[in-house]
Design a binder for this molecule. Sequence first.
Ligand code: ATP
Ligand code: CA
Ligand code: CA
Length: 406
Amino acid sequence: RVLVGNKVSEGHVNYAAAYYMLTGIRVSVSRCNAKVDHELTDEDFSARHKLAFDISGNELIPSSKYDFKFKDYSPWVFRHLRELFKLDPADYLMSLTSKYIVSELSSPGKSGSFFYFSRDYRFIIKTIHHSEHKMLRKILKDYYYHVKNNPDTLISQFYGLHRVKLPFGKKIHFIVMNNLFPPHHDLHRTYDLKGSSLGREFVPKHSSSSSHVLKDINWLKNNESLKLGPVKAKKFIDQLEKDVALLKRLNIMDYSLLIGIHDKKVGDSKRQSLYMFEPDTSGMNASALRKAVNSTSPTEVNTVDLLADTFGQRDLYFYNDDGGFQATDANNEPLTEIYYLGVIDCLTPYTFYKRVETFWKGLSHTRSTISAIPAVEYGDRFFHFMKRVIKKESGQDNDHNNHNTA
Ligand code: ATP
Ligand code: CA
Ligand code: CA
């Protein structure tokens, strides 16, 4: 699941859906951006705008005579959020509206969500379950003020919430968020940590591949740690504590800390994966092909430079060292690892589990005893684990127990 995608171009099954998403974003976001800014009001949080597209005759999908409908949720709030996250409005549109190459993450997770990268890899479009959509709508105000007060939050940066309605009536909800992982560096190990051990081990089928995401048990078995000197360790823990407090309060669970580790000592292999930035010629008609070739024929080197330039240049604490968070020693001097990390998948309401649990446990448990508490327990367990994920580079050994020096 790490930075391995299939190009989504004409002929691809999800081409139409990706095209609808990008077209909708382009039109709705540029509409909002064109207006004079204003202070957010309550209406901005509940707002939704409908757009109806008539794309018959479009040269990109000539055979399609379908219309599609697009809904933009709280556009002003997301405009302000993008600003808080220091995104340049023009960049945002540029990245998301390149018509030909969006890459789709090959295997969707258990949840059934699909992931698409913008062509420059900076953004991820994730299709979400209706319950997650409702969750984000519900928490948007809390989320917004949290970001406002904590611009360095580790929680996923949400840039937009939208819906497309396909011609045959199917509705697809999706969000646009930050891609934590750098397009211009290899990640030597990646982990998805939740702080629990149950089912939290990745057992590789082929030991060779390094592109899989490891879990909690692997972390412990591999004796991993984040090497952080006192300054960064404190900042990380303080921010995570605030972020988890928010998620507990909002009754959210099942999120994880995603960590990608790049070691400068090891460096980068030849960037094979970047093939996907070359135009995909299969399934394109002649004029589409010409256009694609004219607009994108970067050499590999240029592509990498370009990506390095645009990734993580936003002066945000945890994403500021080559787009990530560089390890430091006891004197807060840089070490060779760069961590690319953040809290992801944080729109799952506890009630989503309650339903499943109630189903399995039947009537043996009184429903009233299943309360909001699990989100608190989840958060406490998560935070407890993450505190120990850090190896404080303070001259002492691995532990939070600083007095245990005998
Ligand atoms: P499930 O509910 O089964 O965990 P999901 O469909 O909700 O799956 P996520 O947990 O959000 O999916 O993400 C699955 C994987 O996708 C992550 O482990 C990570 O490898 C990748 N991923 C998700 N979000 C990001 C992100 N913001 N940046 C980089 N990679 C991401
Ligand atoms: Ca997950
Ligand atoms: Ca999920």
